[in-house]
Design a protein around this ligand. Structure first.
Ligand SMILES: C[S@@+](CC[C@H](N)C(=O)[O-])C[C@H]1O[C@@H](n2cnc3c(N)ncnc32)[C@H](O)[C@@H]1O
Length: 370
């Protein structure tokens, strides 16, 4: 990425204000926002007037008319990729390269590594791929002269840097597509417990400190209460200490059952199976009989002993599912160590993610009353 200097100078001419923070290179996190002096809770750190924002109604007709059914994500990416004006070039040049995404973003990983992602992340990456290919196909038809890599970079820039933007116009789009790009404010890195918060009105976005911080501290924003599967798939990083992290065992629970058992489990209310700090098990009572037989060797339930299907059995079943999942994690980690595709950093990221899931599951087992 180029220096943010020229972008900040331009942004100031459009009314963007920074007070007490500045961009700085942070080890392992690219650029982040760092306090240039001590900051008090409640202090406004940044103001971004609506006129400086790249948003649905600022995409020129020369671009939107060629993409009649594009998502907002697709339109913003198109403007970044195909816009020839000096302002668009300035925004684009201040943002990271495609190579920096390719290294960390699972969508770019070899298929065999992607298959070793946890199920939750795998699902998100598959959904991301569908959306990207749909947007690229539409863009390529409208702008055949722009190379795929150039578009890919812009599409990921929007996906990893846009802010939620709700207006009368964006309300017509799905909520996750109500996006806008804010110059310079996209330098904030994410933390599960952030140091500032964003608010927006029709006139401006405002970033305000939510707690005091000392000069030299990085000031983090929250991108949302996301699990590490989400952060990895969507943003290409993991947090070591993520209060919102969860492990999704749903696919694992279903994978050992035949189609009939899976259908029966779903019919009995089994939808998802998630563990994490403060996360309650979502195993419906109706599913315990099937899971008990499969995971804990429980005998089939008979009407006469229905009274035995109380709490103790539920806990035995939970502990058995979790313990079997630990075996699965051990096998996946061995498979990752044995792969001959991808690079060391990608394998290390995968192993780190499975270590985090293993820790979550072990904590959940300790929390199951014996
Ligand atoms: C909105 S940008 C933040 C600015 C970015 N660091 C940069 O250099 O331009 C989001 C991207 O920053 C990185 N990032 C954000 N928070 C991070 C964190 N806590 N740890 C590591 N990388 C992070 C990820 O690459 C993510 O896709």
């Amino acid at each position: 990425m180029e220096s943010l200097g020229p972008l900040i100078s331009w942004a100031r001419t459009r009314g963007v204000e920074l007070d007490g923070i500045a961009p700085q290179q942070m080890p392992g996190r690219g650029i982040g926002a760092v306090a240039t002096r001590s900051i008090k809770a409640g202090q406004v750190l940044m103001t971004i007037p609506a006129g400086a924002i790249l948003r649905l109604d600022s995409v020129p007709a020369s671009i939107s008319s060629r993409l009649p059914s594009a998502s907002i994500h697709g339109l913003l990416a198109a403007q970044l990729a195909a816009g020839c004006d000096a302002e668009t070039a300035l925004r684009r040049d201040a943002m990271p390269s495609l190579q920096s995404f390719a290294a960390t973003t699972p969508l770019f990983w070899h298929r065999r590594l992607r298959d070793l992602l946890p199920a939750g992340a795998r699902r998100l990456v598959a959904r991301q791929e569908t959306a990207l290919e749909r947007d690229w196909a539409a863009f390529h038809e409208g702008f055949p002269g722009v190379a795929r890599d150039a578009y890919l970079r812009c599409w990921f820039l929007v996906g990893t840097r846009a802010f939620y933007h709700e207006t009368d116009a964006t309300l017509g789009y799905p909520w996750e597509d109500r996006l806008a790009l804010l110059p310079v404010a996209d330098m904030f890195n994410h933390a599960g417990v952030p140091g500032c918060a964003v608010a927006f009105s029709p006139e401006a976005y405002t970033v305000t400190a939510t707690r005091a911080c000392a000069r030299g501290d990085e000031v983090f924003l929250s991108y949302g209460e996301h699990s590490n599967d989400f952060l990895l798939a969507e943003y290409g990083f993991l947090l070591d200490d993520n209060p919102w992290d969860t492990a999704d065992l749903g696919a694992f629970v279903l994978s050992g059952l035949d189609a009939e058992q899976q259908a029966e489990l779903r019919a009995r209310g089994f939808d998802e199976c998630v563990v994490g700090p403060g996360e309650q098990w979502h195993l419906p009572d109706g599913a315990l009989d099937i899971l008990g037989r499969h995971f804990a060797g429980e005998p089939p339930r008979r009407a006469a002993n229905g009274g035995r299907q109380g709490k103790p059995q539920k806990e035995r079943v939970l502990a058995a599912v979790l313990t079997r999942f630990l075996d699965e994690i051990r096998d996946v980690k061995s498979a990752i160590r044995a792969v001959t595709v991808g690079d060391d950093a990608q394998c290390a990221t995968l192993l780190r993610r499975w270590d985090q899931i293993e820790a979550l599951v072990k904590r959940a087992i300790r929390g199951v009353p014996s």
